[in-house]
Design a protein around this ligand. Structure first.
Ligand SMILES: Nc1ncnc2c1ncn2[C@@H]1O[C@H](COP(=O)(O)OP(=O)(O)OP(=O)(O)O)[C@@H](O)[C@H]1O
Length: 673
């Protein structure tokens, strides 16, 4: 009953309220509003459903390649003509292709690029008969600009295609992509090209020590590709090529690594676009890169045939100094025919069998020890092989000369594919007792703290910091897997440690002898054939030269003189082969006199040395041994590897050689380890 009462009172109150006009108006408004909102929502639902049925939407994110395709396409098709707010960018526009820009092509400055900042209201356009709209929610960085800076990844593009057919979107994106590729635009940079999230940008690296770096450097130097680069590195490194007028020109080179972001378009034909940066080249086309590298290599080889580059070790064991020298043709080498053929065949076979060595797991290296009297053509052979190797079809080898100085060499690491040249390898471990030092023996001896004289040989620093183990380290260093020819020359093979010349380190040991009759004849022929023609005036016939050569060879005693000596004589008669053939007896007499004087000088030196040694022994006897303050012997604390025992006979005189016959007994100086 109480419930019925309450309900009746509420209804009567409402009736009273409804009888008032303002409240009635409010109820009507709420009712109508509800109907309108429901209608709107239904309409939106219908519109969305229709849209889902008839419109295809696609979103393109800034920083993605698809975004770049679409933006580039739309820009070139002037889709955003109605836009009122643009972002204009020119900074990275150098990556733009030639065809789309006249401005850039003419004055060399980048072209401006326009992109709408925002497109809150969709831009409508027709494409192949379909309506499309494009919107961009907020300003993003332009396609050509470097993404990755602040604001880099906002403002995605939304493309709506008014069609039920999804293929239209696919077609549109493919068309944009095709257009992009045909425009030859390099894909944009993202932070660094190395992190490019796509395979489409190819990068080739060149490292400075590698010969391919030199190919590219010379190529760019000779082409006008870098002509408008403002920032260059000047280096004084002399390159292999006297590009243009002569080797001196090569002192000034443009370094590929000139600046981090230099972007240029070398003229590589009509439409190829390529970017060179630091020691890298980038292109979206593999053919462009391989074409360029091949033509650079060809050019390098064509121009570089007349000279060989030699890198020398500096005092820190680095391959510091570089020099170039003329190539020596193998044909100018006068050696017994069998030796010449053997060396040539061996070197050629080695150069061509890199693959075999690799497959067999053998380090690709070969060592040649050329030994024999001075002036018999050891160094000349090396230079002729260098020419062979540096013209190697598969890969030119570089020549490195390991200068054996007073500095340690164990830190020297020869690069791959090199010819390592160690001249006079026996001189790496010299005797401390040579005539120059002993000449000063008469001076008052220096004394130690206790007043005892210090024997001279103990005061001297080691003459060479080169140790046998250091040298072996260099010879066996890891990069040898990659290919190395080692040439060592010596006049005294007997002085070398067996470890140094064992097979595997020195595979071929070739003895160079004094000139045989056949060699003497050949030297004469080669010499006068050249001197007859070098000024264009042929003064004598080939028959004359042949006849005179035989005559000459018959008068010069066989295996007595080196080719260098014979050449020296012929140089005196440069334009006179008749005089050269007739003057032999006189020259021989001269040589014999010279030899007699040398033998005499050497005899005197040995006597003097013996006298000095006797005096030294006397003084040791008188003063006793000279201990160090702590009682240790100085010698014991020195590097054992360069020890030469004190009681050994002196090393040969510098010019002691088979040229002058045997003088006294040869002394072999053992090298301690
Ligand atoms: N067999 C040779 N054929 C052609 N030229 C030679 C020959 N031997 C020596 N010569 C000439 O003599 C000079 C010295 O020769 P090279 O330096 O090759 O001799 P080497 O045997 O290396 O002497 P060393 O042991 O003193 O270093 C060079 O100018 C070279 O042209």
């Amino acid at each position: 009953r109480s419930w019925t009462k309450l309900l009746t009172s509420v209804i009567s109150t409402l009736r009273k309220l409804a009888s008032q006009p303002q409240v009635a108006e409010l109820f009507r408004f709420i009712f109508l509003g509800t109907i309108v909102e429901t209608g709107r929502q239904v309409a939106q639902w219908i519109s969305n459903s229709a849209r889902n049925l008839f419109v295809v939407n696609a979103e393109f994110a800034v920083g993605d390649f698809a975004y770049d395709w679409v933006v580039h396409y739309l820009e070139n098709h002037r889709v955003w003509n109605q836009s009122r707010s643009f972002k204009v960018v020119a900074r990275n526009a150098a990556t733009r292709p030639y065809p789309t820009s006249n401005l850039g092509k003419i004055d060399g400055h980048p072209d401006p690029l326009y992109e709408p900042s925002t497109m809150d209201t969709p831009s409508l356009f027709r494409w192949r008969g379909y309506w499309m709209s494009i919107t961009k929610s907020s300003a993003g960085w332009s396609h050509y600009d470097s993404a990755g800076y602040s604001g880099g990844y906002s403002g995605n593009l939304v493309l709506s295609v008014w069609s039920r057919n999804r293929h239209i979107l696919d077609e549109f994106v493919s068309a944009a992509r095709e257009f992009y590729i045909h425009s030859q635009i390099l894909p944009r940079k993202q932070f660094s090209v190395k992190t490019e999230p796509s395979e489409s940008l190819l990068t080739v690296n060149f490292s400075e020590g590698d010969v391919s770096y030199d190919w590219m450097l010379e190529y760019f130097r000779s082409s006008d590709a870098f002509k408008d680069i403002m920032e260059l590195n000047a280096t004084t490194r002399q390159t292999d090529l006297g590009w243009g007028t002569g080797p001196k020109d090569a002192n000034r080179e443009r370094n590929l690594a000139s600046s981090g972001t230099q972007v240029r378009r070398p003229k590589l034909g009509h439409k190829q676009v390529l970017e060179a940066e630091q020691s890298q080249l980038h292109s979206s086309k593999r053919e462009v890169l391989s074409d360029l590298i091949n033509s650079a290599k060809q050019k390098y080889l064509e121009h570089g045939t007349s000279r060989v580059t030699v890198h020398l070790t500096d005092k820190y064991g680095n391959w510091g100094k570089t020099m170039t020298k003329s190539r020596r043709a193998f044909s100018t080498l006068v050696l017994p025919a069998d030796i010449k053929e053997m060396i040539l065949a061996d070197a050629q076979e080695f150069l061509e069998s890199e693959k075999y060595y690799k497959m067999a797991g053998i380090p690709h290296r070969r060592g040649y020890l050329l030994h024999g009297a001075p002036g018999t053509g050891k160094s000349s052979t090396v230079h002729a092989i260098e020419s062979l190797a540096s013209k190697s079809i598969s890969y030119p080898w570089q020549t490195l000369a390991l200068t054996i100085t007073h500095w340690g060499i164990s830190s020297v690491i020869p690069p791959s594919r090199c010819i390592l040249l160690i001249e006079d390898i026996d001189c790496a471990f010299p005797s401390r007792e040579d005539p120059d030092e002993d000449e000063e023996e008469d001076e008052e001896p220096q004394r130690d703290r206790n007043g005892n004289p210090i024997p001279r040989h103990r005061m001297l620093p080691p003459k060479s910091a080169v140790t046998l183990s250091g040298l072996l380290n260099v010879l066996d260093s890891v990069s040898s897997e990659e290919g190395r020819i080692t040439f060592a020359t010596t006049n005294h093979i007997e002085n070398l440690d067996p470890a140094l010349i064992r097979a595997g380190r020195m595979d071929l040991k070739i003895k160079y002898s004094l000139a045989t009759t056949a060699q003497i004849e050949e030297v004469f022929k080669v010499f006068f054939s050249v001197s007859n023609e070098d000024d264009g005036a042929s003064r004598y016939s080939a028959d004359d030269i042949k006849r005179l050569a035989t005559e000459f060879a018959a008068t010069v005693p066989t295996e007595t003189y080196s080719v260098a000596q014979i050449q020296g004589y012929l140089l005196r008669k440069k334009r006179n082969p008749f005089g050269a053939a007739q003057g032999v007896p006189e020259w021989i007499a001269e040589q014999e006199e010279e030899q007699r004087l040398i033998v005499e000088a050497k005899r005197r030196w040995r006597e003097e040395l013996a006298r000095q040694r006797a005096a030294q022994e006397q003084s040791q006897y008188r003063y006793g041994p000279s201990p160090l303050p702590d009682g240790r012997d100085v010698l014991a604390s020195e590097d054992k590897a360069v020890q030469v025992e004190a009681n050994q006979a002196p090393d040969a005189l510098p010019n002691d050689s088979a040229d002058f016959g045997s003088v006294g007994e040869e002394t072999v100086i053992p090298i301690g380890h």
